[in-house]
Design a protein around this ligand. Sequence first.
Ligand SMILES: *Cc1c(COP(=O)(O)O)cnc(C)c1O
Length: 456
Amino acid sequence: MDAARRLAEIPSIDRLLGTSWARALLARYAREFVTGALRRACEELRRDVRAGAFGGDVEPEIERRAGAAIARAERAAPAEVVNATGVVLHTNLGRALLPDEAVAAVARAAGRPVALELDLASGRRGDRDSIVEEDLVALTGAEAATVVNNNAAAVLLALNTLAEGREVVVSRGELVEIGGSFRIPEVMAKSGARLREVGTTNRTHAGDYAAAIGPETGALLKVHTSNYRVVGFTAEVPLAELVAIGRERGLPVIEDLGSGALVDLAAFGLPREPVVAERVAQGADVVTFSGDKLLGGPQAGILVGRRPAIARIKENPLRRALRPDKLTLAALAAVLSLYRRAPDLRQALPTLRWLTRPLAEMEAVGREAIERLASALGEAFRFELADSTAEIGSGALPTAALPSKVIAVGHRSLGADAVAARFRAARPPIIGRIHEGRFLLDLRGIFDSQALVPRE
Ligand SMILES: *Cc1c(COP(=O)(O)O)cnc(C)c1O
């Protein structure tokens, strides 16, 4: 049978809708949804027939394809996955995991009315920042705080408020690009401020900033080089010195801190990241950071600093467009309350629990997982416990590798890509990483060995 005849056999959507299998679908799903699935299945089939890639009976094939598409749509989205990548704050996997208290707070706020913008004492309209502002101020030593959807929005809002139509002076060594296309020059352009680069890639001096300041200058910006380090013959101007220059010339100083730890991670044996309170103490007018990086909370952009600058930011109409919803604020409030009262943050916050996990614990889970994997997957696979390094992710502490334990998975005939695909096809999908031609399951985030055994 030739392609033309087979194409002619593809029934009309109306005819398909009359079949018993399509009527069964219509009993369970909205008509538009079933029609759409049938239409797409027919289009794909036409393409395959023309390409010579299909030569069977058309109607059962349409039933199969439409049914599979509907079944795919039925799965919960976004799909839950197992993070065996070794990247703790993995942007593509949703970054920080919320502690149980925050999950409960989100569920409560989602399903019930909450006093989001209501001052319960006076009965008047309130400000949604008040849900978290007191804690943010207490934890950072700032005079005031506000919250937006993410740190990119926080930087955009700070620049737009303090320097729209004017120049912002930035070191050439700090013109960062963060994954997901956050680039300082581009955010600057969208904010309506003009970038004034000073210094060189490796060295910028106080005199470079001072010389660039003129009547057009609106602000000085410092950016934490989250995801890279300039090493060797380098010089940067410390924040305190930049603040002194700003004060002298009457200019606000903004710092984009990126990750922004609320506590000193060195106390937990981790490499040091700048602590927000220290940057505030050095006098920055505005410090911006993410809620879902080292803080361990929901996606959010947090702006803290001196009252005059934050007050102007709160009045900017752009803030209305960038404001967070009740779910974010509920989660953030719950996480901040843990910072206020948790006896051990390493236990209270999943991000810190992952980052500070003892190697011996990972090893024990790894040994158990290997036994389970060997009996579940059979002879063709080989498993080996090995030392490796994990990373914090999201640009935090890029040069600091965390020692970790991995299971290296080999196969008699399949390559690393095929093994990775096999684990990704499991339910829930298990996401590892490929390193030097080997598929690795990193144990840093695996607390239950059962999680690494692929289920169909
Ligand atoms: C991560 C990061 C951002 C972007 O923050 P999001 O919360 O992802 O929007 C901006 N600046 C720096 C320095 C960062 O590290």
